[in-house]
Design a protein around this ligand. Structure first.
Ligand SMILES: C[S@@+](CC[C@H](N)C(=O)[O-])C[C@H]1O[C@@H](n2cnc3c(N)ncnc32)[C@H](O)[C@@H]1O
Length: 348
């Protein structure tokens, strides 16, 4: 492991990590469950016996965990003991700015079991993997309303991912002339809260399922934000959208649905906007060639198998086409954003 952020790996080992993916994931998740990385960071280099004692397990299982993590280059040996590697310090300590714990949690609690149904989901072209989670509706979002603890796991990750990705969006798009924003499928309100904080004149309305808008409302205690952030519970497909706003956030919604359903929803957004209004479609995207990014390739099967049975990380060209098909007269496309995201702005 180097400090440059690059890991060089032989083809055979790369394949091995994919084939033994479940074991590799469990090594990492178990280290987090035992707070191993935190303990090594505060305690310095540790032998097998010292780690076994800190984790309150026998030496043999501790040895197996340490061996596995070192083989994955998450740990190294220094001064005769195990220490965290650079990538652990950057992404797997709770204090690190880009801590990936919430992503590990959602994979563990919500995604991994259902992904075993990917092949069957392909055959039936629907989200067969959702059968493992009882509750109302045919999408993960509806089912989660019956599982408050899993819903928290979901929004902890969504909110963490959105906070990082949204910061770059805010640097790119100026809302100073916008008066009222509707945040379609606004989730736990993370983006609305960030936006309202950055622009103290803005009114924002979060539109989502009722169980979700309640979650968002609970997160806001600042009296100024309480006055400016509003909630409209409803279903995107069957209820009408609030009208008259001059901007709509369509954030992490495009990747959920088929191109046709997105066009239908974007038409609805177009109709709800005031003249001159804009719809900002901000989503995970793949490249135009269909070869990456790795993030796009790895999140797409989840949308088919579990989330909705129809979405994926589309290319920016797909997003652009749907926005134009929905009736927007002009489209702005920002493709050079990080985190495998693009922003496509439709002007009414
Ligand atoms: C992937 S999350 C995105 C949350 C937020 N926009 C963000 O970027 O962090 C998708 C959101 O869309 C909402 N959603 C999905 N289907 C919906 C529907 N039919 N009606 C209303 N909201 C829906 C879900 O409840 C969820 O909060």
């Amino acid at each position: 492991m180097s400090t440059s952020g690059q890991v060089t790996i032989a083809d055979a080992d790369y394949l091995r990590i994919i084939i033994h993916g479940t074991t590799a994931f469990e090594l990492l998740r178990t280290a987090l469950e035992f707070d191993l990385f935190e303990k090594l960071e505060s305690g310095g280099p540790a032998t097998v016996e010292q780690v076994a004692s800190a984790l309150r397990v026998d030496a043999q299982p501790a040895r197996i965990l340490l061996l596995g993590l070192a083989s994955l280059r998450l740990l190294e040996i220094q001064e005769g003991g195990y220490v965290n590697s650079d990538v652990v310090r950057r992404k797997l300590l709770r204090s690190s700015p880009r801590f990936l714990g919430p992503l590990v949690d959602i994979q563990d609690r919500i995604i991994n079991a259902g992904m075993g149904d990917f092949a069957e989901s392909m055959r039936r072209n629907t989200n067969v993997g959702l059968r493992r989670l009882g509750g109302p509706g045919t999408t993960l979002y509806e089912r989660l309303t019956a599982h408050p603890q899993l819903q928290q796991v979901f929004y902890a990750n969504m909110s963490d991912a959105s906070r990082h990705a949204f910061a770059q969006m805010l640097d790119r798009y100026d809302f100073s002339r916008v008066r009222h924003v509707i945040d379609i499928g606004g989730g736990d309100g993370t983006n609305s809260i960030e936006l309202a904080r950055r622009y103290p004149h803005l009114q924002v309305t979060v539109f989502d399922h009722e169980a979700v808008t309640q979650l968002a409302a609970q997160r806001i205690d600042d009296p100024d934000l309480c006055k400016r952030i509003h909630f409209r519970p409803g279903d995107l497909f069957t209820d009408s959208l609030p009208t008259g706003a001059d901007a709509i956030l369509y954030f992490h919604i495009f990747e959920i649905w088929s191109p046709e359903r997105n066009t239908e929803l974007l038409r609805k957004c177009h109709a709800a906007l005031a003249d001159g209004g804009v719809c900002l479609v901000y989503s995970f995207v793949s490249d135009d060639a269909g070869t990456g990014s790795l993030t796009a390739g790895l999140v797409s099967p989840y949308f088919l198998t579990i989330a909705s049975g129809e979405g994926m990380a589309y290319s920016p060209a797909d997003v652009r086409r749907a926005v134009l098909d929905a009736g927007f007269s002009r489209v702005e496309c920002h493709q050079d954003l990080g985190f495998s995201h693009a922003l496509v702005v439709g002007h009414r």
